[in-house]
Design a protein around this ligand. Structure first.
Ligand code: AMP
Ligand code: TRP
Length: 332
């Protein structure tokens, strides 16, 4: 059976980008067709400045949202990364497989480290080694497919390179995984700045729809989205990035391609209104289920505990095999 692994970082509240680019596909497709694991990757949240209490809170919230979105513990494994030691254990071996040069070439590292330096913050060493940990997440489960948004494909490519290199040097240990992406909305853009990705922590939240935003708040953010000069509704991501983003979001919420939808509108206002309503309806059940689950943290904790046990059972033999292959003396 195909093995799938993916994860989400508890660095901020989950966004519409996370949902359309990743989580929805996990819920609607991946958990039904494969042996799938989905993780709140909390160790990754420590690669940038963080507040311990906030990370803890966001980790539980992210796990609750994944369940609210429809991940079913009877079908897939939902767990928190730091509950399974194998990730950190394997990460070190992959740091010993990767080169300094290839880690420094990662776009996310270049962008985030430049941003930190520009605002006078220091850059944590773990920001550089981050892709080795991500590769460990994936390789520890002999994962075949990694469903992610566009921004993560470079990291999955590196994971493939590391798996191939490790296997060649030390003997066949890892499955070489591949990234899969959603058919539309693989890169949802910020509504106020359609040239950059809708990320969890853009300076102001005005261009970001959070999954837990009230309906009115979400509606307003979409109605105030930056559009482009001209009047014509056309799907042209280069020339009209703001309109193209709205069309992609609308397409992802229902049926029809962004191109087809463009032909149905003759004003930006009408497009915004329909997109806002479609998003509000898409997120409504999710918000309601989140409220119900958040009232029962014992249930969520139970799911995470069971998930971690299952994940540990899968990862342990793979990571043990990697330890032996690379030349470490087995303990007893
Ligand atoms: P992160 O928030 O970085 O932990 O991302 C979790 C998942 O959501 C990853 O698969 C990302 O590629 C995906 N994702 C994050 N932001 C976006 C976005 N704006 N558009 C599409 N996918 C996204
Ligand atoms: N780096 C990913 C992100 O920023 C999160 C992540 C960590 C991940 N480990 C992973 C995604 C393993 C897929 C598989 O979104």
């Amino acid at each position: 059976m195909t093995r799938i692994f993916s994860g989400v970082k508890p660095t901020g509240h989950l966004t519409l980008g996370n949902y359309l680019g990743a989580v929805r596909g996990w819920v609607e497709v991946d958990q039904h067709r494969a042996d799938a694991l989905f993780s709140v990757v909390d160790l990754h949240a420590l690669t940038v400045e963080h507040d311990p209490a906030r990370v803890r809170r966001l980790s539980r919230q992210a796990a609750t949202l994944l369940l609210a979105a429809g991940l079913d513990p009877a079908l897939c494994t939902v767990f928190v990364q730091s509950h399974v030691d194998e990730h950190a254990r394997l990460s070190y071996l992959l740091e010993c497989t990767a080169t300094d040069g290839e880690l420094r070439r990662m776009i996310q590292y270049k962008e985030k480290s430049a941003r930190a330096l520009a605002s006078g913050e220091s850059v944590r060493f773990s920001l550089l080694s981050y892709p080795a940990l991500m590769a460990a997440d994936i390789l520890a489960y002999r994962t075949d497919e990694v469903p992610v948004g566009d921004d993560q494909t470079q990291h999955v490519e590196l994971t493939r390179d590391l798996a191939v290199r490790f296997n060649q040097r030390y003997g066949h240990t890892f499955v070489v995984p591949r990234a899969t992406r959603p058919p539309v909305a693989a890169r949802v853009m910020d509504l106020q700045d359609p040239m950059s990705k809708m990320g969890k922590s853009h300076e102001s939240g005005a261009g970001i729809v959070y999954l837990l935003d009230d309906a009115d708040v979400a509606r307003k953010k979409i109605m105030r989205a930056v559009t482009d000069s001209g009047q014509e509704v056309a799907y042209d991501p280069e020339a009209k990035p703001g309109v193209a983003n709205l069309l992609e979001i609308l397409a992802a919420c229902g049926t029809g391609s962004p191109d087809e939808l463009a032909g149905m509108y003759d004003s930006y206002g009408a497009l915004k209104k329909d997109t806002a309503e479609a998003v509000v309806e898409l997120l409504r059940p999710l918000r309601e289920r989140h409220a119900a689950l958040a009232a029962d943290p014992g249930y969520v904790d139970g799911v995470l505990k069971e998930g971690a046990e299952r994940a540990r059972g899968m990862a342990r033999p793979v990571v043990d095999a990697a330890y032996r292959a690379i030349g470490l003396l087995p303990a007893g």
